[in-house]
Design a protein around this ligand. Sequence first.
Ligand code: ADP
Length: 395
Amino acid sequence: MSSILVINAGSSSVKYQLIEPQTEERLASGLVERIGEPEGRLVHRSDDGREEERRVHVADHTAAFAEMVAAFERAGTPVAALGIAAVGHRVVQGGSVFSAPTRIDDLVAAQILELGSLAPLHNPGQHQAIVAARERFPGVPHVAVFDTAFHQTMPQEAYAYAIDSGVAERHGIRRYGFHGTSHQVVSRRAAEFLGRPIESLRQIVLHLGNGASACAVAAGRSIDTSMGFTPLEGLVMGTRGGDLDPGALLHLLREGYAVDELDRLLNHGSGLLGFTGTGDFRDVRAAADAGDDEAALAIAVYAHRVRRYLGAYLVELGGADAIVFTAGVGENNAALRAEICAGLEWFGIRIDGSRNESPDRGARRISADDSRVEVLVVPTDEEAEIARQTRALVG
Ligand code: ADP
């Protein structure tokens, strides 16, 4: 049996899943976190449900892979016996360079590092993991799957910012979009669920998780998405506020804010958390239900923003065949789905209350029979999609 090891690395963590790509069965998963700190942590889950958690000291990503390999051994499934056929790496920023999954050689690895100037929070750690994984698993192909690649089909009018074109060119300032792997797998699964060719569908995919983005998908291709130059633009998220007048940032800079303070504010201190003190949608919903005004406002702004993009994409696509909710909030919060779709009957969008409230977890229809637009909930699975794309590339 051959399996694909999927790596999702950050600057101080490595998450991994071992996936049988045809059945998408998880053979193992785990994470090593707090790399570089005095005390790190490893969690390893085997396919029989056993879980090992232990304190580890990992100086760097190379040491993290050594810990992962040791965990497989302790679980009685040494990696040498697992038939790992390839390693698929999630890479956040592929810039304008990468529009498809790409086999990693020294040049590609160097380009991923270079693109770190556009994604300083992501690409450098992912590059370190790629270097360490290629050292640890030298005999198998390594493939980079980029969050941005799916959005490389956006037309220029959707990705260009209207600023001085020389400045934009010199600094690579344009909209790249993120969550591409999720938008891709969800739009494909939605088409499969509907039993219709993806080429015939206009879809609006709403990925509402800790991070959140909307995507207009025409015939299986992204034509617009709400995240831009960075994953800060667009929708309200757990700790990011989405769209903001850049003039507000100039004002804060003039008021004495340092760049790092603004970075923290925008990436970690805004969104749901900025309104309420917590970025977890469940907690915000519970607080709103208990009468907390700030929490109610947070959800109102969140839903309002999603609806603004929904309207924009209905226009860009010339109507829609399907609206697809996915990710932690989108898959689980029926009340939010109802709020987002309220009053849209004029557009042919009508939710069925009991379908929307159903406790089902798989792909499902929540629109009413007389809704012209299909409204679906389709679980995302970025890791399975990375495994699938890796396998498709290496054969
Ligand atoms: P990530 O972007 O980290 O992958 P997820 O897609 O897992 O995030 O989404 C996390 C979000 O989903 C959190 O805000 C969490 O509160 C929310 N969430 C998870 N389960 C539920 C639920 N049952 N009801 C409402 N929100 C939920």
